[in-house]
Write a protein that binds this ligand. Structure first.
Ligand SMILES: [Zn+2]
Length: 309
């Protein structure tokens, strides 16, 4: 069984609180273990969750405001300390390459781990992974910021009992999938007769942005959407001014985009009761709603049930 889940390291925007560490998230997605936006303290939060530095395959940074990246020096040094044997990819806005270089070499350490540095150079940049495509979209924030989504293509699941009923095995299975049919003793067997649709899953990560088209593009049909809701509607004017979302805006995006499970996070320290975010979001979004808490694990919902075919 492959595992797909979000592990929350921290949920505070700007300044940590007694209950909330700075931002930080890990997505487990089959063989990929992606660390998003490690704020200060992320290394120790990882320890609490059981995710190790060696588990990490990739780091994605949305932008270089401190609460989204000040954990990088510790995490990067930890990769070397633990002698992580595989390269770890790192994505971040290309315009912030100087910040990344400084954070990477913030202090002296013995570098053994390999970072595969692949900055995001343009809106819409795509990176092909084993289990789908990672896409970056430019968000609306005072500095260069990218949100990310991971899209697994739709596929088909072969039905072994049907295959064996037709006596189809080995390379013929691959040919059937590729060509769409197979001719057997005068009888044509189509792909649809021996398989069912397997809808791809989608994960989206939207941080630090005012409302813009890219937010909707990232959220579209996400099975799991992690999105900032720094503010409540009572501070909507301030949110728009500083390039942030309210819980109501984030919830409306989720509703309009067909999101299945919505995770709100990146909360301003001005609000002490997280229930207020839930109450506000509930007025706009009827699906699964999670108000992120530090060290929580949020599964990607089970695969959508395919329509007939
Ligand atoms: Zn920011």
């Amino acid at each position: 069984m492959s595992m797909r889940e979000l592990v929350v390291l921290g949920t505070a925007s700007q300044a940590p609180t007694r209950q909330r560490n700075h931002n930080g998230y890990v997505l487990r997605w089959d063989d990929e273990v992606i660390l998003f936006d490690p704020g200060e303290g992320s290394q120790r939060q990882l320890l609490h969750t059981g995710v190790t530095a060696t588990d990490l395959t990739r780091i994605c940074v949305t932008h270089f405001h401190g609460d989204h990246c000040l954990g990088l020096p510790g995490i990067i040094q930890r990769l070397s300390l633990d002698r992580v044997p595989h390269p770890v990819a790192a994505h971040f806005p290309a315009g912030g390459a100087e910040y990344f270089a400084r954070l990477r070499h913030a202090t002296s350490f013995y570098e053994t781990a390999e970072l595969a540095v692949e900055p995001i150079e343009a809106d819409g940049q795509r990176i092909t992974l084993g289990a789908g495509t990672l896409e970056a979209r430019r968000l609306r924030h005072p500095i260069e910021t990218y949100g990310y989504r991971l899209v697994e293509p739709d596929a088909r699941r072969m039905l072994p009992e049907r295959l064996s009923a037709y006596g189809i095995a080995g390379p013929a299975v691959g040919e059937l999938l590729r060509v769409g049919h197979l001719d057997l003793d005068g009888r044509r067997v189509t792909r649809d007769e021996v398989s069912v649709p397997r809808p791809g899953q989608r994960f989206a990560f939207v941080m630090d942005t005012g409302l813009c088209d890219a937010v909707y593009a990232l959220a579209e049909h996400a099975d799991l959407l992690v999105i900032e809701s720094t503010f409540l509607e009572s501070e909507a004017a301030l949110a728009a001014e500083v390039g942030h979302l309210t819980a109501a805006q984030a919830a409306r995006v989720a509703a309009e985009s067909g999101v299945r499970r919505l995770v709100l996070t990146h909360f301003s320290q001005r609000y002490s009761d997280p229930q207020r975010f839930a109450d506000e979001a509930r007025e706009h979004f009827a699906g699964d709603l999670v108000i992120a808490e530090d060290l929580a694990t949020v599964p990607v919902p089970p695969r959508r049930v395919a329509s007939a075919g």
